[in-house]
Ligand binder design. Structure first.
Ligand code: B12
Length: 355
């Protein structure tokens, strides 16, 4: 008689976990994580080597339009429950100072920050996790009241960098050291360096940085002298007017847009706004790669939802024309056009967009 033995190789465990997310099976997902903990795998490894990569993969499935927004939401909720289960399993008494972990105002990606918070807690820090989108004024009064040793700020979206900078400066005025993390600062942290703020690639690096008070308290200066040209501020002031005129131009060039449903129109306006917000962020940190990476991402997303990139080409061209007296912005826009795939350039009719 043979007994079926459970395959516990990391790849099989990962696939089991991903399947439980796909099937929205919370119980199975928690079981997979508990199985690892029971087998002696450290709690921070379960968080960073199972939950984190699975969430990133959920993002890729959503980006390719293989998963709906609802499937992504269900998976994210389950990941959150798994993080709670892992934290409860490995209860650690705090023996170090208080760290406040918070998402920037307008930032709804709370799970990455929560993973960081839990790993710091596992290392003995007394962590207060404030969650998604914390308004700057509330964060400041919290820091004063609870005498935080440091604050860890999270951002997943590069377009929020100018805002992030204001929040970082406000924390510093309160004399609380700041460290930042999340893909919004660039996968290698290069935009955090521009803002002159210590950055950690992941939760483990954040824990190391927090133990190095000198690095935390003596960050390199910000490199933002280019802001003297006022292009960033000028673009932000003209945002509404630019979106309006780009929409009018697109509708004239592609009359099919006139038949869009309100939801499709909302998505188009939101895309036009995102283009400007990423352009503004690129101007803020003076790095064209921020904008070109976004354009490559946008075209892939639109393509998987049946919207031809020709509309992106037309929008970039339109913005270049209106912003002709902003040389840095025009340069970023031209570079953005240069990374468009050949099929995205031309005058094809936009197909009805997915939503
Ligand atoms: C879940 C999710 C959401 C959920 C978030 C819910 C929640 N409770 O977190 C919701 C639905 C709200 C959401 C909304 C949006 N999302 Co979203 N989302 C994701 C998704 C699928 C997973 C995020 C996650 O948990 N990742 C797992 C973590 C662990 O990975 P990580 O970010 O790399 O984190 C590691 C490090 O970066 C670091 N780290 C992260 N944070 C911090 C913080 C500190 C202090 C430190 C030290 C380190 C650190 O440590 C982590 C562990 O090692 C990602 C896909 C992805 N690849 O991440 C997209 C993703 C981030 N979202 C994306 C987008 C575009 C959006 C929206 C704009 C979509 C829209 N059109 O509305 C909105 C923006 C909302 C907003 N204003 O914040 C894009 C961003 C692309 C880009 N070019 O910027 C991504 C990459 C999806 C994709 N593949 O296109 N999203």
């Amino acid at each position: 008689m043979t007994t079926a033995t459970r395959d516990t190789s990391p790849e099989t465990v990962y696939q089991d976990y991903l399947r439980s997310l796909a099937e929205a099976d919370e119980h199975a997902a928690v079981e997979v994580a508990r199985g690892l903990l029971d087998a002696g795998v450290a709690a921070d490894r379960v968080l960073l080597e199972l939950v984190a990569p699975a969430q990133a993969e959920v993002g890729e499935l959503w980006a390719r339009n293989e998963w709906s927004v609802a499937q992504e939401h269900a998976a994210t909720h389950i990941s959150d429950r798994v993080v709670a289960a892992v934290a409860a399993y490995a209860e650690v008494r705090p023996n170090r100072a208080r760290i406040v972990v918070a998402c920037m105002d307008g930032e709804w990606h709370a799970l990455p920050a929560r993973l960081v918070a839990e790993v710091l807690r596992l290392r003995g820090w007394q962590v207060t996790f404030l969650g998604a989108s914390v308004p700057a004024a509330h964060l400041m009064s919290y820091l004063h009241r609870y005498d935080a040793y440091a604050v860890a700020l999270a951002s997943a979206l590069p377009m929020r960098l100018p805002h992030a900078h204001r929040m970082i400066e406000a924390c510093r005025r309160s004399d609380v050291p700041v460290l930042v993390g999340g893909r919004g600062f660039g996968m290698d942290g290069r935009w955090a360096r521009r803002l002159g703020v210590p950055w950690a690639a992941n939760a483990v690096a954040a824990a190391d940085l927090l133990s190095d008070e000198r690095a935390l308290r003596a960050p390199a200066p910000a490199e933002l002298t280019h802001l003297a040209d006022d292009e960033y501020a000028g673009l932000v002031n003209r945002r509404g007017e630019l979106i309006e005129s780009a929409l009018a131009e697109l509708t004239q060039r592609y009359p099919a847009i006139g038949d869009y449903t309100p939801a499709q129109l909302d998505s188009t306006i939101s895309d036009l706004g995102h283009i400007l917000d990423f352009l503004a962020a690129a101007l803020y940190v003076d790095d064209g790669s921020l904008f070109t990476e976004f354009i490559e991402w946008l075209v892939t997303i639109l393509d998987s939802r049946g919207v031809p990139g020709a509309t992106v080409e037309a929008s970039l061209e339109h913005y270049s024309r209106l912003l002709h007296d902003f040389p840095r912005a025009v340069d970023h826009l031209q570079r953005g056009r240069a990374v468009l795939p050949a099929r995205a350039v031309g005058s094809g009719r936009p197909a009805p967009r997915a939503g």
